[in-house]
Write a protein that binds this ligand. Structure first.
Ligand SMILES: CC(C)(COP(=O)(O)OP(=O)(O)OC[C@H]1O[C@@H](n2cnc3c(N)ncnc32)[C@H](O)[C@@H]1OP(=O)(O)O)[C@@H](O)C(=O)NCCC(=O)NCCS
Length: 150
C-alpha cells in the first residue's frame, strides 16, 4: 500500500458476488471450499435474519477479509452473539481490518439487544489470541472439540 492510499476498511454486508473471494480467504483460514460451495452457503445464511456475514472491501475491490457471526440462544445461557468465522487476507493484516469487522459485529449485536459477544479460537491460531485480547475479549475457558461423522 502506498502512502495516502485508503486502507481496505469499508465494511459492508456480503453478497453472493463475494463468494469467490470469500472462498479464497476461507482457504487461508484452513477451510478450503470452492466458490460454488461458498455461494450456496451464503445464499442460505443471508436469508436468515439472525446471521451476519460482512466483508471489508473498498468499493469495486475484492474483499480484504470477512466475518460470520450469528445470534445464538441456548437453554443454559440465553441469547448472545457468536463470531463463527473471521479471516483477514495475509496481505491485509495489521491495518485494522479485523478490528473494523469485529466492531461491526458488535454494533449489530448491540442493536439486537445482545449484551455478550463470544468467539471460540483454536489454540493453534496464535495470531488471533492477542488480537481478541487487544479488542477487549477475555479468555474464559479452554475446551476439547469432539465430532462424529455420520
Ligand atoms: C486475527 C486476524 C483476524 C487479525 O486481523 P488484522 O486485520 O490483522 O487485525 P487488526 O490489524 O485489526 O488488529 C487489531 C489490533 O490487534 C492487534 N493485533 C492483531 N494481531 C496481533 C498479533 N498477532 N499479535 C499482537 N497484536 C495483534 C493489532 O496490533 C491491533 O492493535 P491496535 O489497533 O491497538 O494497534 C488476522 O490475523 C487473521 O485473519 N488471522 C488468521 C485467521 C484467524 O486466526 N482468524 C481468527 C479465527 S477465530
Amino acid at each position: 500500500m502506498t502512502v495516502g492510499e485508503r486502507p481496505p476498511d469499508l465494511v459492508r454486508r456480503a453478497t453472493v458476488a463475494d463468494a469467490s473471494r470469500i472462498a479464497q480467504l476461507s482457504g487461508e483460514l484452513g477451510y478450503p471450499a470452492d466458490a460454488a460451495q461458498i455461494a450456496g452457503r451464503l445464499e442460505r445464511l443471508l436469508a436468515r435474519e439472525h446471521e451476519l456475514v460482512l466483508v471489508a472491501a473498498p468499493a469495486g475491490s475484492a474483499a480484504a477479509g470477512w466475518v460470520h457471526a450469528a445470534e445464538q440462544e441456548t437453554l443454559e445461557s440465553g441469547r448472545r452473539c457468536e463470531i463463527l468465522g473471521l479471516v483477514v487476507g495475509a496481505a491485509h493484516r495489521g491495518r485494522g481490518v479485523g478490528r473494523r469487522l469485529v466492531a461491526a459485529v458488535e454494533a449489530w449485536a448491540a442493536a439486537r439487544g445482545l449484551e455478550l459477544v463470544t468467539v471460540r479460537s483454536n489454540v493453534a491460531r496464535t495470531q488471533s489470541h492477542p488480537f481478541y485480547e487487544r479488542l477487549g475479549y477475555l479468555r474464559t475457558k479452554t475446551q476439547h472439540a469432539y465430532r462424529k461423522r455420520l
